[in-house]
Design a protein around this ligand. Structure first.
Ligand code: FEO
Length: 387
């Protein structure tokens, strides 16, 4: 078990998963992911969430080790998604006297995932309810759509610990050496990004609590400088850019659009833009491209026309931006088409359906390979982006 200290009486029992190919079957996690779970030792013992079924054996052994022969009184379920709830039936069967503590939505969802008798085993809680373990008191706050409707967070009053469910989580195993913000942003935007308003509502509730430690369900336990992490969440959930910069996202079939856009990146830099990030959407990590589009204040999309539609990786990119509520940005469009360019019109239609997007002129049309006139237009577009 990883040696992770929360406090003397709140113990980490989670597991790293470094072998998973794709988290949620879509996200590359080169440094793995952690499924966090905790045990609170007191007169009564509470287990805080379970883990993914991929680590059942290791997790049950971790729990058993810290219990030192005792039996848990409660399993608190903050979130029903299988990466955390996957072992509820396993632990419920192992400790038949243990009660399950959660809100009614969780208990209505439980039988959809599991097949065991809940009679006499549930403790139903609602907003603000408390549960005493002895010296520790748990208080429950509903967090609907952060990131499922049944989600809640639990605040432990005596040690001021917030068990924040998916909130403040990140990709990466606990020993991953990487910036918290980069993988937390990629996690947040792609997984919870659609639910900015609900995250803001939860942050308002959290602001009324005196929080010393945040225990998320993924990634490191946060003990210092909590204002930094909360500040990032306030920005991300408001859909405001985090910093000034330009993302150039390109969908190229034979490389002509890509070469034109790589030259465009140079033009932007020559004109003085310091923060330019280029993505080849056919090859680069899609979740990172989406995350970066949220990070910076300006976005340039460039796509080849394909069967009178968008090249599929651009369609995928724009589809993700749309369902994740992308908004409040300046956007420039470059299209390519050898005989009937359509990509510009289709990309424009995507952005017209989003909130507060400023489309910049000119929309540049390349026919097969960028010519001198195209580069003049790209220079004009660069000036508009930098104005
Ligand atoms: Fe990490 Fe929504 O589960």
């Amino acid at each position: 078990m990883k040696d992770v200290t929360v406090t003397d009486s709140i113990l980490y029992v989670g597991c790293d998963d470094k072998d998973i190919d794709l988290f949620e079957s879509q996200y590359h996690v080169p440094n793995g992911v952690s499924y966090n779970s905790y045990v609170i030792l007191d007169d009564k013992i509470a287990v805080m969430d379970t883990t993914d079924p991929r680590v059942t054996k290791e997790w049950l052994a971790n729990v058993e080790k810290v219990l030192e022969g005792r039996t848990p009184d409660y399993l608190v379920i903050n979130h029903m998604e299988p990466d955390h709830a996957g072992n509820i039936q396993k632990i419920a069967e192992k400790y038949p006297d243990m009660k399950l503590v959660s809100n009614p939505k969780v208990f209505s969802m439980l039988p959809q995932f599991f097949d065991f008798d809940l009679t006499g085993r549930t403790v139903e809680v609602k907003e603000g309810d408390t549960l005493s373990l002895g010296k520790h008191t748990l208080q429950f706050f509903l967090a609907p759509m952060v990131h499922w409707p049944e989600a809640m967070v639990t605040y432990e009053q005596s040690e001021k610990v917030l068990f924040s469910a998916d909130g403040f989580g990140k990709f990466g195993a606990l020993d991953a050496k990487e910036e918290w913000a980069d993988e937390a942003r990629r996690y947040f935007i792609n997984i919870v990004g659609k639910y900015g308003a609900q995250v803001q509502a939860l942050l308002k509730k959290a602001a009324t609590l005196d929080i010393a430690i945040i225990c998320p369900l993924h990634g490191p336990i946060l003990k210092e400088n909590l204002g930094y992490y909360i500040g990032k969440y306030l920005t991300w959930s408001s859909y405001e850019p985090e910093e000034k910069g330009i993302v150039v996202a390109c969908a190229s079939i034979h490389g002509n659009t890509r070469r034109a856009m790589q030259r465009f990146v140079e033009i932007l830099k020559e004109k003085g833009e310091k923060n330019v990030v280029f993505f080849d959407l056919a090859r680069d990590d899609m979740a990172e491209a989406i995350s970066c589009a949220y990070r910076y204040d300006r976005l340039v999309v460039a796509s080849a026309t394909y069967d009178a539609n968008l090249f599929p990786c651009m369609e995928d990119f724009l589809y993700h931006l749309k369902i994740k509520n992308f908004q409040n940005r300046k956007v420039a469009i470059v299209e390519n088409g050898s005989w009937a360019p359509m990509a510009g019109k289709l990309m424009k239609a995507y952005f017209e359906g989003m909130k507060n997007i400023e489309l910049l002129d000119p929309l540049v049309t390349i026919k097969s390979t960028a010519n001198e006139k195209n580069f003049e237009e790209l220079c004009t577009l660069a000036d508009t982006l930098l104005a």
